[in-house]
Design a protein around this ligand. Structure first.
Ligand code: SF4
Length: 197
């Protein structure tokens, strides 16, 4: 198992670093571009990245400043609160970020070739691992069900979809749990983790 995980880590790191090296980007800068691409064209507050990556705010600000210098992102003040800085991909940033998703597509190709039951088991395992990493403050609190205040774990215990989302009013099985949900609101447990940093 350890060897398998290390092997996967080496493969993904190699694919990612190839893309990052080509554009001379750090891992954090690359991750920011990928997150902005996933939410494009909605501008994102810099706080999102601080929460997601469990890194200090100045580190995120430096990375965003570098991306802005390279004209990959643009920064603008929030209309409601001038102290909040929002970030958006430029046309150049969108083009380059889309090109870089090739590495993710290569992984996705292998995963979608798996039988359906394996895919569901893989998603379920990934969610549990990310949830555990979040609980141990190894990575930042994400917009995922297991740290969301609307998540009611095992409310329907014994049913095929045992969990429940109180905001969307839907039953959720392990394979339905979300990793990046627009309706997400941070739960108390997640807030506690943030205050420990
Ligand atoms: S709002 Fe989204 S993240 Fe929260 S429990 Fe419902 S589906 Fe999951």
């Amino acid at each position: 198992m350890t060897v398998g995980l290390l092997r996967m880590q080496i493969v993904t790191a190699a694919i990612k670093s190839e893309a990052a090296q080509e554009m001379r980007l750090s891992s954090l800068q690359l991750q920011i571009l990928m997150d902005l691409l996933a939410r494009h064209p909605v501008p994102q507050s810099t706080s999102l990245f601080v929460d997601r990556y469990a890194v200090a705010r100045p580190t995120v600000s430096d990375s965003i400043a570098t991306l802005a210098e390279r004209r990959l992102v643009s920064k603008r003040s929030d209309k409601k609160d001038k102290r909040v800085v929002n970030v958006l991909l430029t046309a150049k940033g969108f083009r380059r970020a889309t090109e870089m998703t090739d590495w993710a597509n290569q992984l996705l190709e292998s995963v979608t070739a798996l039988p359906r039951a394996y895919q569901e088991a893989l998603l379920s395992a990934l969610i549990r691992i990310i949830g555990d990493f979040t609980a141990r403050a190894i990575i930042g609190v994400d917009r995922m069900c297991v740290t969301c205040k609307h998540f009611d774990r095992n409310r329907r215990l014994g049913m095929p979809k045992a969990h429940y989302c109180k905001a969307l009013k839907i039953a959720l099985g392990d394979a339905d749990l979300r990793l990046d949900c627009n309706t997400y609101e941070m739960g108390k447990k997640a807030l506690k983790l943030l205050s420990m940093r």
